[in-house]
Ligand binder design. Structure first.
Ligand code: WT7
Length: 647
């Protein structure tokens, strides 16, 4: 049985949701009348241009629609409506890796976004519904770009700056983007690095859809500019007006696409809506992080991931909070950087990934004591299960034993938090995401919808639609239905399956155990093994390949590749070739930590690779699975032997 930690009493007294009775009451209210519950908060939270006439339309399930007929603009929710009372409040506090700072107030954010919105419209002819790819470092202009798109109704697709030219190109083509917004580069570990050349390379092939590139100068390094296609933001932005009328958006108009890896094929363009998405971003900021008017909120993610979208940009700004954006890496100039920033900026809520906590614990265990971290009230984690050691260090050393840790489980597809403690209410257990948020029907069930008995692994499903859910996969509605609504049913009706397995403990707490599919989680980033296999398969010496996840102390999981070669090659060269290829076609985040050359792979008689066995070997565990269905079962022993020798 794990130990229970109760919320700090003084904190609870002032919290939005103060105890489990209140939590249970809100859940009951949502259960009693689901639509009335969502109706109430949508009316309360969103500043509508025109009210909706229906809360939920289930007619074309699983293509659910929310707040039908409502009109709004996200930038009014995130900026415009704050100008009355918060015009001089810091919206964004940005810190460069070199320590320089920029503070952008709500009024200045309003002007910046308007200018850029006008530029997009007037210079590039971007209209409502056009796609804009944003490939940017962590600078305020990345946020301006997202919001400028939202202002005029263009659909943004932010591509993480760590992705390669090939990966960027695939996403540009899939979205049919008309414009790419980028920067010359930025700084990492004290050195300038470049992004623009990666955009140039991406656009070399098959990107006819792209008419223009807008480049922000951040480090003023020398980069190539293509006449007529490329434009420098810094030179032209001042020509555009600081006033711009917001496009009237329908509740269901897409706000953005964000590509994420699936278990098969190419990445999926997850499409989010306008109203449902912003409602949940804001509600979770208020209730899960319990952000108050004068608080400073810091989420360390990159804007290229959903965590950055919802909890650096949209959630904090919708609430009128102050959000921190940091350009660099956590170890620069040393492992105390983040703690120093918390002290100097008096951060109140801090949100990061278990992998970062493990890293900073390992390389900088003595750093936190050098700083005053007493401003912290709530700590958050996301992206992967957190191990008890890392949890305790976070709780005691960073939080001083007085901050609740909100272990938030959610996904790119869910838009915002789904299962999480409420910091003033929920007694927490290390490693548990605890309970679903009010109004969210997350359940652990089997394929037919029967609840899983306590202590047993089951499938983590969301059995009712919720406002911030994925609307479709861009350009591939069939894949949307198959990927998320093809595996589990409840009362005969398809329900959303997350791809994760989870367990209820004896007290009904939810513990996430990890993916059930061929998706792995490296440093909180989701990677499809099929995608990596596809890339490795292009190496000329490779005959066959199978990629699985292998547990890693810092990264959580690491890429482990089994390779059958077709031509002789020495191991070191093969490993080098493969990692160059992966870096080129996906990005360094997908590099293989271990590669094992084997004479064959375990397969069923029908030729399917038995990955479960390969996963077990990679973990260094004993094989307990039935191997009688393997075509040549001696291969298992051979692979195990090679694995042990290499270790
Ligand atoms: C996958 C989603 C949502 C933000 C970051 C990742 C894993 C996420 C937790 C958590 C255990 C977690 C799941 C999920 N995951 N949060 N608190 N505990 N696992 O977004 O790239 O869409 O990945 O991350 O496996 O399915 P993503």
């Amino acid at each position: 049985m794990s130990k229970i930690f109760y919320p700090n009493r003084d904190f609870s007294k002032k919290a939005k949701i103060k105890n489990m009775c209140e939590y249970n009451e809100i859940c009951a209210e949502a259960d009693d009348n689901y639509e009335a519950y969502w109706d109430k908060i949508a009316k309360e939270k969103i500043d509508w241009f025109k009210p909706y006439n229906k809360v939920l339309d289930e007619g074309n399930a699983p293509f659910y629609k929310w707040f039908i007929g409502g009109k709004l603009n996200i930038t009014h929710q995130c900026i415009g409506r704050h100008l009355k009372n918060r015009k001089n409040k810091a919206a964004i506090i940005w810190e460069g890796e070199d320590g320089s700072r920029r503070i952008i107030t709500y009024l200045l954010l309003y002007y910046r976004v308007n200018r850029l919105a006008n530029l997009l419209k007037e210079k590039f002819g971007i209209k409502k519904g056009d796609r804009v790819v944003i490939y940017m470092p962590m600078i305020p202009e990345a946020t301006f770009a997202m919001l400028a798109c939202a202002k005029i109704g263009a659909i943004h697709s932010v591509v993480f700056g760590g992705f390669s030219a090939e990966a960027l190109r695939d996403r540009i083509i899939d979205a049919g983007a008309k414009l790419v917004i980028t920067a010359d580069g930025a700084y990492r570990r004290g050195n300038p690095y470049l992004l623009k050349p990666i955009v140039d390379k991406a656009l070399e092939e098959k990107c006819e859809c792209v008419e223009n590139v807008l480049m922000v100068q951040r480090n003023f390094e020398e980069v190539n500019l293509v006449q007529g296609r490329d434009h420098i933001y810094n030179d032209i932005i001042k020509n555009y007006s600081e006033f711009c009328k917001a496009e009237e958006m329908d509740s269901e108009d897409p706000l953005f696409l964000l590509y994420t890896s699936g278990s098969t094929g190419k990445p999926k363009g997850v499409q989010h809506s306008s109203a449902g998405y912003i409602l949940w971003a804001q509600w979770t900021m208020e209730n899960v992080f319990d952000v108050k008017e004068n608080d400073t909120f810091w989420c360390t993610a990159d804007v290229g991931w959903i965590t950055g979208h919802t909890y650096i940009v949209y959630g904090p700004l919708a609430m009128g909070a102050t959000t921190i954006m940091y350009e660099g890496v956590p170890l620069y100039p040393d492992a105390g950087r983040w703690w120093k920033m918390i002290e100097e900026l008096r951060v109140n809520q801090f949100y990061t990934a278990p992998t970062a906590i493990r890293l900073l614990h390992k390389v900088g265990a003595n750093e936190p004591v050098k700083y005053d971290l007493s401003s912290l009230k709530v700590l958050g984690t996301v992206g992967e299960p957190i191990n008890p050691d890392a949890w305790m260090w976070y709780y005691e050393t960073i939080g001083g034993g007085k901050c609740s840790i909100v272990d938030t489980w959610w996904q790119t597809e869910t838009g915002g938090h789904i299962i999480s403690p409420l910091p003033g209410a929920t007694p927490i257990k290390p490693g548990a995401a605890t309970f679903p948020l009010p109004g969210i029907k997350a359940e652990i069930i089997d394929k037919d919808g029967n609840p899983t008995p306590k202590g047993e692994k089951g499938l983590l499903c969301i059995t009712k639609p919720w406002p911030s859910m994925i609307r479709t996969i861009w350009g591939d509605p069939d894949r949307f239905v198959k990927s998320y609504f093809g595996d589990c049913k409840k009362n005969g009706k398809p329900v959303y399956f997350s791809g994760d397995a989870a367990i209820y403990d004896e007290d009904g707490y939810i513990f996430i155990t990890g993916r059930t599919d061929d998706v792995i989680n490296v440093s909180g980033h989701r990677l499809g093994t099929a995608e990596i296999e596809g890339v490795i398969g292009h190496e000329e010496h490779v005959a066959e390949v199978a990629v699985v996840g292998r547990p890693d102390d810092i990264k959580g999981e690491d890429v482990f590749a089994y390779i059958v070669t077709k031509k002789d090659i020495d191991e070191a060269t093969l490993i080098k070739n493969i990692n160059i290829l992966i870096t080129k076609e996906i990005g360094p985040i997908a590099k293989a930590g271990s590669i094992l050359i084997v004479p064959g792979l375990p397969k069923t008689r029908s030729g399917k690779i038995m990955r479960r066995i390969l996963r077990t070997i990679a973990k260094g565990e004993k094989i307990t699975q039935d191997i009688s269905t393997i075509e040549d079962s001696s291969i298992v022993g051979t692979i195990e032997k090679i694995f042990k020798e290499q270790k």
